[in-house]
Design a protein. Structure first.
Length: 605
């Protein structure tokens, strides 16, 4: 209903009365009673979070409860229910109620006519990642999916309220959730919002800054002296401002970067927050710091691309089963392309640092044999069984949709600019898609293709569709020539000669060099080296502990070497001709002569 159709003559009072009569009883009936959780940490050093929850029964003889088995944004069935312990139920008078497990992640509680069922349980929380829980005596990271057991019911707007009880030594909790009435209380309008809003608690360092007039918070846990929090907040503010200006609209009231220092690099996006995991020494090297800025930029960009502009399949979610999409190359890869681009556009990275980052994406794609086995759309679809379930053979059979998607972003951007003589770019495509598809519906694969075709106009649209079909649906090698020519770039080799290449990854086990991975098509693969072989000697000279890779650098590409291998207790010799390291080259740099204005436009936009 649009306001333009309202009868003008009707008085405001009458209109309000009519609206009340029309909608009020309906909306009262539609508002279900909330589920209420109390979250506490009575012994945080034991890594447990305790939950007490109340569920309205609405007169049913039994209620069915469910814990999610995966977290949106991270495509693997994680069986969170395995960390649930000591689940009991009671009526409001504290009389026990019978609980029956009905599935790996479901519980049925007989209500005995009670209007509310109380359930207590505890969750083991000692997995440091962006999608699991962590509790220690210093802080807690509580994610929705692995923590909150909810009612099994068709998607509803049932409120989920949370009260966090802090250990005495902790100062505060923070979350993207709307604050409730009391201290450390929160309210989510529905289960999806609860899952999408991690809660952290402890005594973090908090840096507030404003982006497009909205408060943003960098929340650092384990900051210690090594992490330069104020500098990180200043640079992050510049990146966030550039991204917010790019989209032209900020679809949230405030934003939290929940940054946990001292863990492997990873991030997870939410509608008004992001969890970041980063190694402790990330600010002690320029490379590590740029890595962190890239991570924060990526997750922040997701607040638009991924959380709001999204494939139709990605929301509302089925939290108990896999959800398949062929568009993770767009959700993750295009986000990754812009994550690096906005570091240079915001002025926190140099042009050369940007070209290094893009070169690394291209190098990673072009030296991964799996690019010839898996298309960008197939990689997206099989994320559940490939990307999140890697083994020693993964690089031979699969390609990361982050990496391939980011390179597609670069080539797609260049194509649109070239075909429109610089009047349009990928920026226009994502803006148009955000305007069209960031509401309830989401986009389809065809919507992406049509949006790109629209940007270049009818005459060139057919060409772009054919190009997209090739890069998205097939494993054909990418052609960089047109993109390089448009931006005035060249693909050069860094100085020096390529290193010798065997094509194995090794690990040291009891002082021995053990083959842990073999690249398809490499000299090692062709010569007959096998997984778990021990490489005991090269040209008869024993390999000292941990020195295999270094020993290999003594040789040049083309050298013939004899490896002494021990396989299943028996020694044998394998002759191998070493190749040139395929990672050599794939380095972008500005071409000779006057710098291309297209390069400046692209990086400054
Ligand atoms: Zn992402």
């Amino acid at each position: 209903m649009s306001s333009g159709r309202k009868p003008r003559a009707r008085s405001l009072t009458l209109t309000l009365l009519a609206l009340f009569l029309l909608y009020a009883p309906h909306s009262f009936a539609q508002t279900p009673e909330p589920i209420r959780y109390t979250v506490s940490f009575p012994a945080p050093h034991t890594h447990y979070v305790e939950i007490e929850a109340s569920y309205p029964t609405e007169g049913r003889p039994s209620i069915e409860l469910m814990m999610a088995v995966w977290t949106p944004g991270s495509y693997l069935i994680r069986e969170y229910e395995r960390h649930v312990e000591a689940l009991t139920a009671a009526d409001p008078g504290r009389s026990p109620l019978a609980v029956e497990k009905t599935r790996k992640n479901r519980w049925r509680v007989a209500t005995k006519g009670a209007s509310t069922v109380w359930v207590r349980y505890r969750v083991y929380a000692h997995e440091m990642s962006v999608r699991t829980n962590w509790v220690d005596d210093e802080f807690a990271l509580i994610n929705g999916a692995p923590t909150f057991i909810t009612l099994v019911e068709s998607p509803s707007r049932r409120r989920h309220d949370v009260r966090v009880v802090l250990p005495r030594a902790w100062t505060r909790s923070l979350s993207g959730l709307t604050a409730g009435l009391g201290e450390n209380t929160y309210t989510a309008p529905d289960y999806d919002t609860l899952v999408d809003s991690p809660i952290v608690a402890g005594s973090p360092s908090v840096y507030e800054f404003s982006v497009a007039g909205k408060p943003h918070y960098l929340v650092n846990f384990r900051e210690r002296a090594v992490w330069n929090g104020p500098q990180a907040a200043r640079d992050l503010a510049k990146v966030a401002e550039a991204i917010a200006q790019f989209w032209g609209t900020v679809p949230f009231d405030r934003f939290y970067f929940l940054n946990i220092v001292g863990s492997a690099k990873n991030g997870l996006e939410h509608r008004n927050s992001a969890v970041l995991n980063i190694p402790l020494d990330a600010t002690s090297s320029r490379e590590g710091y740029l890595d962190w800025l890239n991570l924060a930029s990526h997750e922040y960009f997701h607040a638009w691309n991924g959380k709001r502009l999204r494939p139709a399949e990605l929301g509302p979610f089925d939290y108990e089963n896999e959800v398949y999409t062929r568009a993770l190359w767009f959700v993750e890869g295009i986000t990754e392309y812009y994550a690096d681009l906005f570091l240079v556009r915001a002025g926190v990275a140099t042009r050369d640092e940007y070209l290094d980052a893009l070169s690394e994406q291209i190098r990673s794609l072009q030296t991964t044999p799996g690019r010839l086995e898996q298309s960008a759309e197939a990689a997206s679809y099989d994320a559940w069984i490939k990307f999140y379930r890697t083994d020693e053979n993964s690089s031979n059979t699969s390609i990361s949709y982050y990496v391939k998607g980011a390179v597609i972003g670069f080539l797609l951007d260049a194509s649109i600019r070239r075909l429109t003589a610089g009047s349009k770019s990928l920026d226009d495509v994502v803006h148009a898609m955000f305007a069209k598809f960031s509401t309830e519906r989401g986009f389809s694969g065809e919507d992406i293709r049509a949006s790109v075709a629209d940007a270049v106009g009818a005459a060139k649209g057919r060409e772009m569709r054919a190009w997209l079909a090739r890069v998205l649906e097939t494993t054909a090698e990418f052609d960089y020539a047109d993109a390089l020519a448009w931006f005035g770039l060249r693909m050069t080799s860094p100085g020096g000669t390529p290193r010798a290449y065997l094509g194995v990854a090794t690990r040291t086990e009891n002082g021995k060099a053990i083959v842990a991975g073999i690249r398809r098509g490499s000299p090692a693969a062709d010569a007959g080296v096998s997984l778990l072989d021990e490489i005991a000697a090269i040209n008869g000279e024993p390999v000292p502990e941990g020195r295999f890779a270094e020993r290999l650098t003594r040789f040049s590409p083309g050298a013939k070497v004899t490896l002494t291998i021990t396989r299943n207790g028996a020694a044998r010799s394998i002759d191998v001709v070493l190749a040139a390291d395929p990672r050599h080259g794939w380095q972008l740099s500005p071409g000779p002569g006057a710098q291309s204005p297209h390069l400046d436009t692209w990086l400054a936009q």
